[in-house]
Structure formats: C-alpha cells, structure tokens
Design a protein around this ligand. Structure first.
Ligand SMILES: [Zn+2]
Length: 228
C-alpha cells in the first residue's frame, strides 16, 4: 500500500535531480545517473604523490592523501557540498562518502587505517548545523570499508574566523592549536584516516594531523570528498 502510494506521488510530484532538475527515475536518489557520471573526478592516486599530498609537503607528515572530486566554483560538486552543509542534506554526505570509499577501497585497504576520523566541528557550530557533515561522509566511507568512525578522540577547541579572504600562509597560522586530543590513549600507535568534505589549502586538516601526530606512534592519512 505504502509503495503504491509512493509510486502515485512520484507520478504526480516526481523528485527532481538537485543538479539538473530532471525527474529522477526509480533507484536514483538526490541526483540522476547522468549527473553522477559527469561529476569531475580528480584521478588522484591515494598511494602516490598527487596535488592533495603536495599541500602537506614540508609542513606536516602525512602518509597518504587524496581527494575524489574536483571542486569548481559554480560547478556541480559545489552544489552538492552546499546542499550537504547548508540545506540539511546529510544523506548526500553519506552518498559522497560511499562513492569515495568505493573508488579508493583497494588503495586504502592496502595500508589499512585503524579508524576513520572526521574533522571535528566546534561544538557551537555543530549545534547550529545540527550535525557534522564530515561525520556523514565518514559513515558513507565506513559503509564500504567497515572501519570504526571515531568522533570523540579529537575536539575542536577554538572557533576560527572565516578563512575565505585569508592568504594561504595566514590560513596555516590561523588554524594552529584549534584541535585538541581528548583521548590520547585510544589513538596511541594507530593509523588514522582523516576525513574532510573539501580540501582547500589543507590548513585545517593539517592542523588536525599535527594535533594527532603528537600522540606516540600515530600515523595520519587524509581523504577528502573534493579538492578546490
Ligand atoms: Zn541530473
């Protein structure tokens, strides 16, 4: 009965692709198959140096780094990230995380991390948004890799002013000491895969990594859904 009702509703009020506004067909969620295929992939190799890993070279010791999609101003990836961050579309985060996990599954598991750690939001910001978008991405990755998601061992202790208008060097200074390890014991000797939505200068995720690397025996790798 429920299914029939849903079908009837879809007939009169079809769900639309959030990217091209075409009606979605059965099995499609959020965006259509064509838009999915057209999303710009970076082609970065997680196990080798690439433009995502270069961001950390000489600054912070990262094992592996990659980003799945290319973030372009006005592009489809920006639209998806915007929906995820500002329109309460958490499921998109899960979906993007799952896609990223599927794409990098083999590479990530060849040097398997012990846990996935989404970049934490400041508690005030998290409360305002109602969720941490990177946590939803991590859950999507977890649905493929079956690795635990750690949302408690690292905290954001300082809110930063908006980064948008800052120069790259200023950005790196601006994020010093904004993260604090809450449970060093839980992280000792672990290989941690840090998860972010969009990597821009790498300064925020670099600061996360620095805080984590202070714990004995920790190794850090990085994966972003997109890179600007
Ligand atoms: Zn579409």
């Amino acid at each position: 009965m429920r299914k029939t009702l849903d079908n009837l509703l879809d007939l009169f009020f079809p769900k639309l692709c959030i990217l091209c506004n075409d009606p979605l067909v059965e099995g499609e969620e959020h965006f259509c198959l064509k838009c999915l295929c057209d999303l710009p992939r970076t082609g970065y190799d997680y196990l080798q140096e690439n433009p995502a890993s270069y961001l950390f070279t000489g600054k912070v010791d990262i094992c592996h780094a990659a980003a799945f999609l290319r973030y372009e101003k006005g592009g489809h990836v920006q639209q998806l990230i915007h929906a995820l961050k500002y329109h309460d579309d958490k499921e998109i985060g899960f979906r993007l995380g799952r896609m990223t996990g599927l794409h990098y599954r083999q590479a990530i598991l060849s040097d398997a991390p012990d846990l996935l750690l989404p970049v934490p939001l400041h508690p005030k910001k998290r409360k305002k948004r109602g969720y941490n978008q990177s946590e939803w991405i991590a859950r999507g990755i977890n649905s493929v890799l079956q690795l635990p998601v750690d949302t408690t061992s690292l905290c954001r202790i300082r809110q930063t002013e908006t980064q948008t208008h800052k120069q790259i060097y200023e950005r790196w200074l601006n994020v010093q000491e904004i993260f604090s390890v809450a449970d060093a014991h839980a992280l000792e000797g672990k290989h941690i895969l840090l998860i972010d939505d969009v990597i821009t200068t790498g300064s925020t995720i670099g600061a996360c990594a620095e805080a984590l690397l202070a714990v004995p025996g920790v190794r850090v790798s990085v994966i972003g859904v997109a890179i600007a």
